[in-house]
Write a protein that binds this ligand. Structure first.
Ligand code: GLN
Length: 194
């Protein structure tokens, strides 16, 4: 694999788990906290955590516009809270999202009793066995725009992973499993040369 440097937004949430998987795959990892950290990165992961906190910190550190500019050309993947901040709209979020992807997201979509669960998920574009998907107070995608490809649904039909060109979102946490297939899949994304 060609040497690449992948950024992981490290304001809050489970960025360390993403970094561990990326290092296992032999890529250079850089924690992103300031706009200057984005310089010369090949791609970026926005981890799970608390989307209200992450969006507040994004604004506080002046990262909103730099991230929008970055995502125009470079691959970005949001997991769980990361998916929420990448969405065009999110329910019950008192902050502006980054609005990178044409999806509408429902926060905390699975109610209190089943805040967290695991399921085997068939994932389009991944070979082999289903993905073990860990959902923790997870969001779901209730609407996707034109140009957005649905990659995975729960048995109930709810959309929990999608891709729009070089942008990827998953409602669950692949970084909390030993399965690195989704990270490898993301690393295969090329720049947007439009
Ligand atoms: N419930 C969180 C939110 O709304 C997301 C949870 C997670 O990232 N595991 O931001």
């Amino acid at each position: 694999m060609q040497m690449v440097t992948v950024g992981v937004l490290a304001l809050q949430g489970d960025f360390a788990e993403h970094e561990a998987i990326l290092r296992r795959l032999g890529v250079d990892v850089r924690e992103v906290r300031l706009p200057s950290d984005l310089t010369d990165l090949d791609s970026l992961i926005i981890p799970g955590g608390e989307s209200t906190t992450i969006s507040r910190l994004l604004a506080m550190y002046g990262l909103m516009q730099p991230l929008r500019d970055f995502a125009q050309h470079k691959p970005v993947w949001g997991t769980c809270a990361g998916m929420i901040v990448m969405a065009k709209t999110a329910t019950n979020l008192d902050r502006e999202t980054l609005n990178l992807m044409d999806i509408e997201v429902v926060r905390n979509a699975f109610g209190r009793q089943i805040d967290s669960f695991e399921t085997a998920l068939a994932f389009d574009e991944l070979d082999g066995e289903p993905v073990k998907a860990v959902f923790i107070r997870a969001p779901l995608i209730r609407q996707v725009g034109e140009g957005v490809k649905v990659l995975a649904r729960l048995d109930s039909g709810e959309v929990v992973a999608a891709r729009q060109g070089h942008l990827l979102v998953t409602a669950f946490h692949p970084e909390l499993t030993d399965d690195a297939r989704l990270h490898k899949y993301f690393l295969s994304f090329g720049d947007n040369d439009d």
